[in-house]
Design a protein around this ligand. Structure first.
Ligand SMILES: Nc1nc2c(c(=O)[nH]1)N[C@H]1C(S)=C(S)[C@@H](COP(=O)(O)O)O[C@H]1N2
Ligand SMILES: [Mo]
Length: 359
């Protein structure tokens, strides 16, 4: 999911240097919004803006140095609000946004943080996002901070994943996690400016708890179990369980399903690994990863919030015929997917269905 022509991650050689997308050339500017607002007398300001013009823009060594004191590590599932399949999951490492903003001295009259990345110097290719000042500066206990990531799975972030530096917003869909990050503007504007909002999406929507179904073989012989499986993301509201429902399909096209009374059966969730050290890159201890207990090195919740695991169930003793199987996640409120927010512009959260035949 990348805007741009050419896509920023396809740039090579000198073009990459000009774009400031190499570890040596990367810079981040942090400035105050200069747009006048007649309603507000006191202008937005920061005492130490970081700019390319005066050579004060933040570079990668300075960000890594900040990381020595403030580094956070975090497993996040990346999911697009508009795509019904998770994009992936990885261990992100970086520095909380609030620590980076603190480099700018004192701030005056700020209500929101706008940010964007490299976009070929073409305003039409701009892909931007925003957070409230409060979201950036104050992290509720047990919650996770917005951060500027410089490492993915123990390595520098590859260009295709938005390196050298990418914003990562743990609780949000992918559109808040801006790749090739280069600009932060603090503003008195109280409105979200997210590019995704222009595409009719809810710009404040958080990552939903949702189950996804893998494809199934079209036909299974009688006497053989049908194994259903999929992924489940634990969103802001956590995950209680995944369940499936099976119905017989009427073979006549257009006719209603026979036996469609919804009976939901609990599925098996993947267990946490017994040995986390072998899951993480060398040198990363689970004790340091957000969402893990810093003494025991065990996850404080399972699945970890904002990450994904797999689930499965075995359907045995099915008579020959056509079937449809659905799967859904139930969050910690007891809300079953897609409730209580069936509006797809807050995140694709449909009840997935697969059809198969026992022959
Ligand atoms: N600079 C920039 N950042 C971006 C985008 C983009 O087009 N340009 N797309 C966003 C969207 S909509 C999604 S879903 C994620 C996808 O992340 P991925 O490419 O690492 O899978 O990146 C986000 N960050
Ligand atoms: Mo997206």
């Amino acid at each position: 999911m990348s805007r741009g022509n050419p896509k920023p991650h396809t740039l090579k050689g000198d073009a990459l240097v000009q774009a400031r997308l190499t570890p040596e050339t990367w810079r981040l500017e942090i400035t105050a919004d200069a747009t006048p607002n007649p309603a507000i007398k006191d202008r937005t300001g920061i005492s130490k803006p970081l700019t390319l013009a005066d050579g004060s823009a933040l570079d990668l060594p300075a960000l890594l140095e900040l990381g020595k004191k403030h580094e956070v590590k975090f497993l996040k599932a990346m999911q697009c609000l508009n795509i019904p399949t998770p994009l992936g999951q990885g261990l992100w490492e970086g520095v909380p946004l609030r620590e980076v903003l603190r480099l700018c001295g004192t701030m005056r009259n700020v209500r929101r943080i706008f940010y964007w990345g490299f976009h070929n110097n073409d305003p039409k290719q701009l892909f931007q996002s925003s957070l409230s000042y409060t979201q950036a500066m104050e992290t509720p206990p047990g919650e996770l901070p917005a951060f500027l990531a410089y490492r993915l799975n123990g390595e520098p972030i590859p260009l295709i994943r938005g390196g050298p530096v990418r914003m990562v917003i743990p609780w949000a869909y992918g559109f808040k996690s801006i790749k090739w990050l280069q600009h932060i503007v603090v503003t008195n504007d109280y409105k979200a400016n997210d590019t995704y909002a222009e595409q009719n999406n809810d710009p404040e929507s958080h990552l939903k708890t949702a189950a996804y179904l893998d494809d199934l073989p079209a036909k299974t012989p009688t006497g053989q179990a049908v194994l259903i499986s999929g992924l489940v993301i634990s969103g802001l509201s956590g995950l209680k369980r995944v369940e499936y429902s099976l119905s017989r399909e009427n073979t006549k096209p257009g006719a209603p399903d026979v036996d469609a009374a919804e009976q939901w059966v609990e599925c098996r969730l993947e267990d946490p690994p017994t040995e986390w050290n072998s899951v993480f890159p060398t040198g990363v201890s689970p004790r340091q990863v957000l969402g893990f207990d810093s003494r025991t090195g065990q996850p404080t919740t399972w699945p970890l919030r904002y990450s994904m695991i797999s689930w499965s169930a075995s359907l045995k003793g099915l008579a020959a015929g056509k079937y449809a199987v659905r799967a859904r996640a139930v969050d910690l409120n007891g809300f079953a997917q897609p409730e209580p927010r069936p509006n797809q512009k807050a995140g694709q959260n449909a009840l997935e269905v697969r059809e198969f035949e026992v022959v």
